[in-house]
Design a protein around this ligand. Structure first.
Ligand SMILES: [Zn+2]
Length: 371
Protein backbone atom coordinates (compact mmCIF):
# COMPACT_ATOMS: atom_id res chain seq x y z
CA UNK A 1 0.00 0.00 0.00
CA UNK A 2 2.78 2.39 0.95
CA UNK A 3 4.58 1.68 -2.31
CA UNK A 4 1.44 2.45 -4.27
CA UNK A 5 1.04 5.80 -2.55
CA UNK A 6 4.69 6.57 -3.09
CA UNK A 7 4.42 5.67 -6.77
CA UNK A 8 1.37 7.88 -7.11
CA UNK A 9 3.17 10.76 -5.46
CA UNK A 10 6.10 10.30 -7.80
CA UNK A 11 3.75 10.27 -10.73
CA UNK A 12 2.21 13.48 -9.47
CA UNK A 13 5.57 15.14 -9.24
CA UNK A 14 6.25 14.14 -12.81
CA UNK A 15 3.11 15.79 -14.06
CA UNK A 16 3.44 18.86 -11.85
CA UNK A 17 4.39 20.96 -14.80
CA UNK A 18 2.74 24.25 -14.06
CA UNK A 19 2.51 26.53 -11.07
CA UNK A 20 -0.13 28.80 -9.63
CA UNK A 21 1.25 32.24 -8.86
CA UNK A 22 0.15 33.82 -5.61
CA UNK A 23 0.98 37.35 -4.60
CA UNK A 24 0.55 38.89 -1.16
CA UNK A 25 -0.34 42.46 -1.97
CA UNK A 26 0.89 44.34 1.09
CA UNK A 27 4.26 42.64 1.09
CA UNK A 28 4.84 42.26 -2.61
CA UNK A 29 5.67 38.66 -1.92
CA UNK A 30 5.27 36.14 -4.71
CA UNK A 31 4.96 32.40 -4.52
CA UNK A 32 4.58 29.73 -7.14
CA UNK A 33 2.81 26.68 -5.84
CA UNK A 34 2.90 23.50 -7.92
CA UNK A 35 -0.13 22.42 -9.84
CA UNK A 36 -0.70 18.76 -10.46
CA UNK A 37 -3.02 17.26 -13.00
CA UNK A 38 -5.53 14.60 -12.11
CA UNK A 39 -7.75 13.33 -14.91
CA UNK A 40 -6.60 16.35 -16.88
CA UNK A 41 -7.79 18.81 -14.23
CA UNK A 42 -5.33 21.11 -12.44
CA UNK A 43 -5.15 20.66 -8.67
CA UNK A 44 -3.28 22.37 -5.87
CA UNK A 45 -2.06 20.66 -2.68
CA UNK A 46 -3.64 21.99 0.51
CA UNK A 47 -0.28 21.61 2.28
CA UNK A 48 1.29 23.97 -0.25
CA UNK A 49 -1.52 26.45 0.11
CA UNK A 50 -1.88 26.57 3.91
CA UNK A 51 1.42 28.29 4.76
CA UNK A 52 0.75 31.06 2.25
CA UNK A 53 -2.90 31.77 3.05
CA UNK A 54 -2.24 30.95 6.72
CA UNK A 55 -5.23 28.65 6.72
CA UNK A 56 -5.78 26.21 9.48
CA UNK A 57 -6.65 22.92 7.94
CA UNK A 58 -8.19 20.27 10.02
CA UNK A 59 -8.93 16.83 8.74
CA UNK A 60 -11.45 14.39 10.00
CA UNK A 61 -10.51 11.04 8.58
CA UNK A 62 -13.52 9.33 10.07
CA UNK A 63 -16.04 11.23 7.99
CA UNK A 64 -13.51 12.22 5.30
CA UNK A 65 -13.97 15.89 5.74
CA UNK A 66 -11.51 18.71 5.29
CA UNK A 67 -12.06 21.92 7.22
CA UNK A 68 -10.30 24.94 5.86
CA UNK A 69 -10.27 28.22 7.76
CA UNK A 70 -9.45 31.14 5.51
CA UNK A 71 -9.78 34.80 6.52
CA UNK A 72 -11.69 33.74 9.60
CA UNK A 73 -14.29 31.76 7.65
CA UNK A 74 -14.74 28.02 7.46
CA UNK A 75 -15.06 25.87 4.36
CA UNK A 76 -16.04 22.25 4.72
CA UNK A 77 -15.11 19.83 1.94
CA UNK A 78 -15.93 16.20 1.53
CA UNK A 79 -13.44 13.81 0.01
CA UNK A 80 -14.30 12.79 -3.57
CA UNK A 81 -17.12 15.33 -3.66
CA UNK A 82 -17.20 18.48 -5.76
CA UNK A 83 -19.46 20.19 -3.22
CA UNK A 84 -18.37 22.18 -0.21
CA UNK A 85 -20.25 24.15 2.37
CA UNK A 86 -19.58 27.74 3.27
CA UNK A 87 -21.68 29.70 5.74
CA UNK A 88 -25.17 28.30 5.17
CA UNK A 89 -24.86 27.35 1.50
CA UNK A 90 -23.21 24.65 -0.50
CA UNK A 91 -21.25 25.26 -3.66
CA UNK A 92 -20.19 23.11 -6.55
CA UNK A 93 -16.60 23.22 -7.81
CA UNK A 94 -17.47 20.69 -10.54
CA UNK A 95 -14.32 18.75 -9.67
CA UNK A 96 -13.96 16.72 -6.51
CA UNK A 97 -11.64 17.18 -3.56
CA UNK A 98 -8.98 14.49 -3.88
CA UNK A 99 -6.75 12.84 -1.35
CA UNK A 100 -3.48 11.10 -2.03
CA UNK A 101 -1.77 9.59 0.96
CA UNK A 102 -2.26 12.13 3.69
CA UNK A 103 -2.48 15.15 1.45
CA UNK A 104 -5.62 16.78 0.16
CA UNK A 105 -5.79 18.45 -3.25
CA UNK A 106 -8.24 21.16 -4.25
CA UNK A 107 -9.17 21.84 -7.86
CA UNK A 108 -7.51 25.02 -9.07
CA UNK A 109 -10.92 26.45 -9.88
CA UNK A 110 -11.67 26.79 -6.17
CA UNK A 111 -8.79 29.21 -5.78
CA UNK A 112 -9.12 31.26 -8.92
CA UNK A 113 -12.93 31.46 -9.10
CA UNK A 114 -14.50 30.57 -5.77
CA UNK A 115 -12.16 32.41 -3.39
CA UNK A 116 -12.51 35.72 -5.30
CA UNK A 117 -16.27 35.21 -5.21
CA UNK A 118 -16.37 34.71 -1.41
CA UNK A 119 -13.72 37.28 -0.56
CA UNK A 120 -14.16 40.02 -3.13
CA UNK A 121 -12.04 42.41 -1.12
CA UNK A 122 -9.29 40.04 -0.10
CA UNK A 123 -8.76 37.88 -3.17
CA UNK A 124 -8.50 38.76 -6.86
CA UNK A 125 -7.40 36.71 -9.81
CA UNK A 126 -5.79 38.83 -12.46
CA UNK A 127 -2.89 38.49 -14.90
CA UNK A 128 -2.55 34.79 -14.14
CA UNK A 129 -1.90 35.63 -10.52
CA UNK A 130 -3.93 35.11 -7.41
CA UNK A 131 -3.52 38.41 -5.60
CA UNK A 132 -4.41 38.09 -1.92
CA UNK A 133 -4.65 40.41 1.04
CA UNK A 134 -2.15 39.65 3.75
CA UNK A 135 -3.70 36.93 5.90
CA UNK A 136 -3.69 37.14 9.67
CA UNK A 137 -1.20 34.82 11.31
CA UNK A 138 -2.75 33.02 14.22
CA UNK A 139 0.05 30.64 15.03
CA UNK A 140 0.92 30.14 18.67
CA UNK A 141 3.90 32.35 19.45
CA UNK A 142 3.16 33.89 22.81
CA UNK A 143 1.86 31.98 25.80
CA UNK A 144 0.84 33.43 29.14
CA UNK A 145 1.21 31.10 32.11
CA UNK A 146 -0.77 32.04 35.16
CA UNK A 147 0.37 30.41 38.44
CA UNK A 148 -2.75 30.60 40.58
CA UNK A 149 -2.84 32.60 43.86
CA UNK A 150 0.31 34.03 45.47
CA UNK A 151 1.35 36.48 48.18
CA UNK A 152 -1.31 36.88 50.84
CA UNK A 153 -3.49 34.38 49.03
CA UNK A 154 -2.01 30.92 49.59
CA UNK A 155 -4.75 29.08 47.71
CA UNK A 156 -5.58 25.68 49.14
CA UNK A 157 -3.45 24.32 51.97
CA UNK A 158 -2.43 20.69 52.39
CA UNK A 159 -3.73 18.85 55.40
CA UNK A 160 -0.71 16.74 56.25
CA UNK A 161 2.36 18.72 55.25
CA UNK A 162 0.74 22.16 55.12
CA UNK A 163 1.83 22.67 51.51
CA UNK A 164 0.58 25.92 50.00
CA UNK A 165 -1.09 25.68 46.65
CA UNK A 166 0.53 28.93 45.48
CA UNK A 167 4.01 27.37 45.81
CA UNK A 168 3.14 24.26 43.82
CA UNK A 169 1.50 26.36 41.11
CA UNK A 170 4.55 28.58 40.79
CA UNK A 171 7.07 25.72 40.80
CA UNK A 172 5.25 23.80 38.05
CA UNK A 173 4.66 26.99 36.05
CA UNK A 174 8.35 27.95 36.07
CA UNK A 175 9.32 24.45 34.90
CA UNK A 176 6.69 24.62 32.17
CA UNK A 177 7.97 28.04 31.08
CA UNK A 178 11.52 26.71 30.70
CA UNK A 179 10.35 23.76 28.58
CA UNK A 180 8.20 25.90 26.31
CA UNK A 181 10.98 28.40 25.70
CA UNK A 182 13.72 25.85 25.23
CA UNK A 183 11.94 23.21 23.19
CA UNK A 184 9.21 25.11 21.38
CA UNK A 185 10.89 28.48 20.95
CA UNK A 186 7.80 30.43 21.96
CA UNK A 187 7.68 33.53 24.13
CA UNK A 188 6.36 32.81 27.60
CA UNK A 189 5.06 35.50 29.90
CA UNK A 190 4.05 34.87 33.52
CA UNK A 191 1.35 36.68 35.46
CA UNK A 192 3.69 36.31 38.45
CA UNK A 193 7.24 34.98 38.73
CA UNK A 194 7.54 35.07 42.48
CA UNK A 195 5.39 34.88 45.58
CA UNK A 196 3.44 38.05 44.95
CA UNK A 197 -0.27 38.73 45.00
CA UNK A 198 -1.88 39.43 41.64
CA UNK A 199 -5.59 40.10 41.37
CA UNK A 200 -7.71 38.13 38.98
CA UNK A 201 -8.38 41.26 36.96
CA UNK A 202 -4.71 41.99 36.60
CA UNK A 203 -4.02 38.45 35.42
CA UNK A 204 -6.56 38.65 32.65
CA UNK A 205 -5.57 42.18 31.74
CA UNK A 206 -1.96 41.05 31.49
CA UNK A 207 -2.89 38.32 29.01
CA UNK A 208 -4.98 40.76 27.00
CA UNK A 209 -2.43 43.53 26.87
CA UNK A 210 0.29 41.16 25.82
CA UNK A 211 -1.89 39.69 23.09
CA UNK A 212 -1.25 36.16 24.23
CA UNK A 213 -2.12 33.32 21.86
CA UNK A 214 -2.78 30.93 24.73
CA UNK A 215 -3.56 31.39 28.41
CA UNK A 216 -2.66 28.55 30.78
CA UNK A 217 -3.71 28.86 34.41
CA UNK A 218 -2.11 26.39 36.83
CA UNK A 219 -3.85 25.38 40.07
CA UNK A 220 -4.14 22.54 42.53
CA UNK A 221 -7.44 21.33 43.80
CA UNK A 222 -8.84 20.85 47.29
CA UNK A 223 -11.80 19.08 48.76
CA UNK A 224 -13.33 18.52 52.17
CA UNK A 225 -13.06 14.84 51.47
CA UNK A 226 -9.53 13.47 51.83
CA UNK A 227 -10.26 10.78 49.28
CA UNK A 228 -10.85 13.17 46.35
CA UNK A 229 -7.95 12.91 43.97
CA UNK A 230 -6.86 13.30 40.37
CA UNK A 231 -6.38 15.82 37.61
CA UNK A 232 -8.95 17.87 35.75
CA UNK A 233 -8.66 20.53 33.11
CA UNK A 234 -11.16 23.29 32.56
CA UNK A 235 -11.47 25.27 29.48
CA UNK A 236 -12.23 28.89 29.52
CA UNK A 237 -13.11 31.07 26.67
CA UNK A 238 -13.57 34.64 25.74
CA UNK A 239 -16.93 35.78 24.60
CA UNK A 240 -16.85 39.05 22.79
CA UNK A 241 -20.15 38.32 21.13
CA UNK A 242 -22.06 37.19 24.19
CA UNK A 243 -24.46 39.25 26.15
CA UNK A 244 -22.34 41.46 28.37
CA UNK A 245 -24.44 41.11 31.50
CA UNK A 246 -24.41 37.35 31.27
CA UNK A 247 -20.65 37.40 30.79
CA UNK A 248 -20.29 39.58 33.83
CA UNK A 249 -22.36 37.22 35.92
CA UNK A 250 -20.21 34.38 34.74
CA UNK A 251 -17.04 36.21 35.57
CA UNK A 252 -18.14 37.17 39.05
CA UNK A 253 -19.21 33.69 39.94
CA UNK A 254 -16.04 32.11 38.81
CA UNK A 255 -13.91 33.67 41.54
CA UNK A 256 -15.70 31.39 43.97
CA UNK A 257 -15.47 28.52 41.58
CA UNK A 258 -11.71 28.67 41.53
CA UNK A 259 -11.71 27.15 44.93
CA UNK A 260 -14.49 24.74 44.16
CA UNK A 261 -17.42 26.62 45.70
CA UNK A 262 -20.42 24.32 45.41
CA UNK A 263 -22.93 27.14 45.80
CA UNK A 264 -21.50 28.99 42.85
CA UNK A 265 -21.57 25.83 40.82
CA UNK A 266 -25.34 25.65 41.01
CA UNK A 267 -25.61 29.12 39.50
CA UNK A 268 -23.86 27.80 36.44
CA UNK A 269 -26.56 25.28 35.78
CA UNK A 270 -28.83 28.17 34.91
CA UNK A 271 -26.31 29.56 32.46
CA UNK A 272 -26.32 26.72 30.01
CA UNK A 273 -27.58 29.05 27.34
CA UNK A 274 -24.34 30.99 27.46
CA UNK A 275 -22.30 27.85 27.16
CA UNK A 276 -24.27 26.69 24.16
CA UNK A 277 -23.95 30.13 22.63
CA UNK A 278 -20.22 30.09 23.15
CA UNK A 279 -19.87 26.61 21.82
CA UNK A 280 -20.79 28.05 18.44
CA UNK A 281 -17.52 29.85 18.26
CA UNK A 282 -14.44 28.37 16.77
CA UNK A 283 -12.57 29.66 19.72
CA UNK A 284 -14.27 27.64 22.36
CA UNK A 285 -13.58 24.59 20.33
CA UNK A 286 -9.88 25.42 20.35
CA UNK A 287 -9.93 25.78 24.12
CA UNK A 288 -11.68 22.46 24.38
CA UNK A 289 -9.10 20.78 22.20
CA UNK A 290 -6.22 22.37 24.06
CA UNK A 291 -7.76 21.22 27.34
CA UNK A 292 -8.21 17.69 26.01
CA UNK A 293 -4.67 17.54 24.69
CA UNK A 294 -3.20 18.71 28.01
CA UNK A 295 -5.45 16.49 30.11
CA UNK A 296 -4.67 13.38 28.06
CA UNK A 297 -0.95 13.98 28.29
CA UNK A 298 -1.00 14.52 32.05
CA UNK A 299 -3.05 11.38 32.61
CA UNK A 300 -0.81 9.28 30.38
CA UNK A 301 2.49 10.75 31.58
CA UNK A 302 1.94 11.41 35.27
CA UNK A 303 -0.55 8.55 35.75
CA UNK A 304 -2.96 10.59 37.81
CA UNK A 305 -6.63 9.74 38.23
CA UNK A 306 -8.55 11.14 35.27
CA UNK A 307 -11.32 13.51 36.37
CA UNK A 308 -11.77 14.66 32.81
CA UNK A 309 -12.08 17.87 30.84
CA UNK A 310 -14.78 20.15 32.17
CA UNK A 311 -16.53 23.08 30.69
CA UNK A 312 -18.83 24.29 33.41
CA UNK A 313 -16.29 26.14 35.52
CA UNK A 314 -14.74 28.78 33.41
CA UNK A 315 -14.13 32.43 33.62
CA UNK A 316 -14.06 34.88 30.83
CA UNK A 317 -11.23 37.06 29.73
CA UNK A 318 -13.26 40.02 28.76
CA UNK A 319 -12.02 41.78 25.66
CA UNK A 320 -9.47 39.13 24.88
CA UNK A 321 -9.53 36.47 22.25
CA UNK A 322 -7.45 33.42 22.95
CA UNK A 323 -7.88 29.77 23.85
CA UNK A 324 -7.64 29.49 27.63
CA UNK A 325 -7.46 26.59 30.03
CA UNK A 326 -7.17 26.04 33.74
CA UNK A 327 -5.38 22.92 34.95
CA UNK A 328 -6.06 21.46 38.38
CA UNK A 329 -2.93 19.36 38.80
CA UNK A 330 -4.13 17.27 41.74
CA UNK A 331 -5.66 17.47 45.20
CA UNK A 332 -3.55 19.11 47.84
CA UNK A 333 -6.13 17.84 50.32
CA UNK A 334 -5.31 14.23 49.41
CA UNK A 335 -2.37 13.09 51.61
CA UNK A 336 -0.62 11.11 48.90
CA UNK A 337 -1.10 13.78 46.22
CA UNK A 338 0.06 16.50 48.62
CA UNK A 339 3.29 14.59 49.10
CA UNK A 340 3.70 14.19 45.33
CA UNK A 341 2.84 17.80 44.48
CA UNK A 342 5.75 19.15 46.49
CA UNK A 343 8.18 16.63 45.01
CA UNK A 344 10.39 18.34 42.47
CA UNK A 345 10.67 15.38 40.13
CA UNK A 346 6.92 14.99 40.12
CA UNK A 347 6.52 18.70 39.43
CA UNK A 348 8.86 18.33 36.49
CA UNK A 349 6.84 15.42 35.18
CA UNK A 350 3.64 17.47 35.44
CA UNK A 351 5.32 20.35 33.61
CA UNK A 352 6.60 17.98 30.93
CA UNK A 353 3.20 16.42 30.33
CA UNK A 354 1.46 19.81 30.15
CA UNK A 355 4.19 20.90 27.73
CA UNK A 356 3.55 17.85 25.53
CA UNK A 357 -0.16 18.67 25.48
CA UNK A 358 0.49 22.27 24.43
CA UNK A 359 3.01 21.15 21.82
CA UNK A 360 0.58 18.73 20.26
CA UNK A 361 -2.07 21.43 20.16
CA UNK A 362 0.32 23.95 18.64
CA UNK A 363 1.46 21.61 15.89
CA UNK A 364 -2.08 20.82 14.92
CA UNK A 365 -3.29 24.38 14.90
CA UNK A 366 -0.49 26.58 13.74
CA UNK A 367 -1.32 28.29 10.53
CA UNK A 368 2.28 28.37 9.53
CA UNK A 369 3.62 24.89 9.57
CA UNK A 370 7.21 25.27 8.59
CA UNK A 371 8.57 28.04 10.76
ZN1 LIG B 1 -6.46 27.49 42.99
Amino acid sequence: MKQIILAMLLMLQVIAVSALNIEIREEELRFGIPEVEMDGIPYVGVDDLSPILKCINKQDRQDQRLYLHIYGETFIFLEDSSYYSYKIDSYNMHYALKRIGSQYFLPRVFLVEHLPMHFAEEVRYENDTLSVKKPVDHSVRRIVIDPGHGGRDPGAIGKVLGVHEKDVNLAVSLKLKALLERELGVTVLMTREDDSFVSLNDRTRFANENKADLFISIHTNASKSRSSQGTETYYLSTAMTSDARAVEALENQVVDLYEGGASARSVYDGLDFILSDLSQTEHLQSSNELASSVQQNIIAGARTYDRGVKQANFYVLRGAFMPSILVELGFISHPEEERLLINEEYQLRLARTIFEGIKRFKYRYDRIRNT
